[in-house]
Ligand binder design. Structure first.
Ligand code: SAH
Ligand code: SF4
Length: 369
């Protein structure tokens, strides 16, 4: 079990500058320290030879640099890699690396479990357990980078993109996610461009509203249905924030980014539920003025889900209809299925779900007292 001391992995540049000022040091030392931690993977302070011994001791007294503990690492036949890691809360969460020809995407978790209970998602089925700390979210990238550099010294496999599409709803762990995303995009951190760090949300409208003032990372929304009636049954948070509100706030987010940035619309295709020609037609009408790209995800089954993946021919048919309507549409190929690493298959190991689930469900849907 990790101790409760502050983990510097989650410290943004501004937080370092404030701490250094408080300690009577020059704020520009933030850059030196962050490079030791995020570029050179230093876990202790003794190696930080360009800062004074006194400062090193002061930092070591207040906190530490600690990666989440790796419980298991599995490698799929297709090169996908999945880590099960331990959070400070004692529960476990998952991180997945998906190599492709020209890029490598790391799928990062933001919470252990999820309170939002989408009907087709195994993370949702297990309920909410805990928020990950900023250091635990950044730690997933640090662990993956380190492990990939060890496994591929020629750097043929590396993380070029990060998506917050692992376990949890990122916008219900707002401050930790924002700090982590900032460090991932900072040159003193991991230097990943804002276009290549994507926050995915099921539609927490007030959270997206807050994002407008906070970040310029890319945004994906989990739409999954072209009308409120159907979406209410698949993504329950839609009852609180219906589609029109969601598209409105996303349009403002995209407009605020400028530079022809678009929102990614994720649409999980479930056999006989939301994959019919009329759904494609409705979707084409719904998104007519919305600045987006569409990403279709054939449903990944898990035990007890009660849903089926559509046949490939139906997936292609759905895609074709949208392409003919003028949309840019990709189909996400299923990766890492043999190690249960595909979208919606991440379950981690939740220790005490039932106790906390109800409380957080109320918080998430705004009915908490
Ligand atoms: N909570 C966030 C991010 C995590 S889910 C969100 O909902 O956007 C990442 C993506 O995987 C979402 O688009 C989600 O709807 C999708 N997904 C969940 N379960 C799935 C499943 N069984 N098959 C395919 N996609 C799934
Ligand atoms: Fe939570 Fe996203 Fe799964 Fe819905 S799809 S239950 S929001 S992780």
């Amino acid at each position: 079990m990790s101790d409760a001391r502050l983990n510097y992995l989650g410290y943004t540049k501004a937080e370092w500058e404030a701490l250094l000022t408080e300690l009577g040091e020059k704020p520009w030392r933030a850059g030196q320290i962050m490079k030791w931690i995020h570029h050179r993977y230093m876990d202790g302070f003794t190696e930080m030879t360009d800062i004074s011994r006194k400062l090193r001791e002061q930092l070591a007294e207040r906190g530490h640099v600690r990666d989440p503990e790796i419980i298991t690492e599995r490698v799929s036949v297709d090169g996908t890699r999945k880590w099960l890691m331990r959070s400070a809360s004692g529960s476990a969460f998952e991180t997945v690396f998906i190599p492709e020809d020209t890029r490598g995407t790391l799928c990062v978790s933001s919470q252990v479990g999820c309170a939002l209970d989408c009907s087709f998602c195994s993370t949702g089925k297990q309920g909410f357990n805990s928020n990950l700390l900023a250091g635990e979210i950044v730690g997933q990238l640090r662990v993956a980078r380190r492990r990939l550099e060890e496994a591929y010294p020629d750097r043929t496999r590396a993380v070029t993109n990060v998506v917050l599409m692992g376990m949890g709803e990122p916008l219900l762990n707002f401050d930790n996610v924002i700090a982590a995303v900032e460090i991932m995009m900072d040159d003193l951190g991991y230097g990943i461009s804002k276009r290549k760090v994507t926050i995915s949300t099921s539609g927490v409208v007030p959270g997206i509203e807050k994002l407008i003032k906070t970040t310029d990372a890319s945004l994906a929304i989990s739409l999954h249905a072209p009308n409120d009636e159907l979406r209410n049954t698949l993504v329950p948070i839609n009852k609180k924030y219906p589609i029109a509100q969601l598209l409105d706030v996303c349009t403002r987010y995209a407009r605020n980014l400028g530079e022809k940035r678009t929102i990614t619309v994720e649409y999980t295709l479930i056999d006989g539920i939301n994959d019919q020609p009329e759904h494609a037609a409705q979707l084409a009408t719904l998104l007519k003025d919305f600045p987006c790209k569409i990403n279709l995800i054939p449903f990944n089954p898990f035990p007890g889900s009660g849903y089926k993946r559509p046949h490939n021919i139906n997936v292609r048919g759905f895609q074709d209809r949208l392409v003919r309507a003028g949309y840019s549409v990709t189909v996400r190929t299923t990766r890492g299925e043999d190690i249960n690493a595909a979208c919606g298959q991440l379950v981690g190991e939740v220790a005490d779900k039932t106790r906390r689930q109800e409380k957080y469900k109320r918080i998430a849907t705004g009915t908490a007292s």
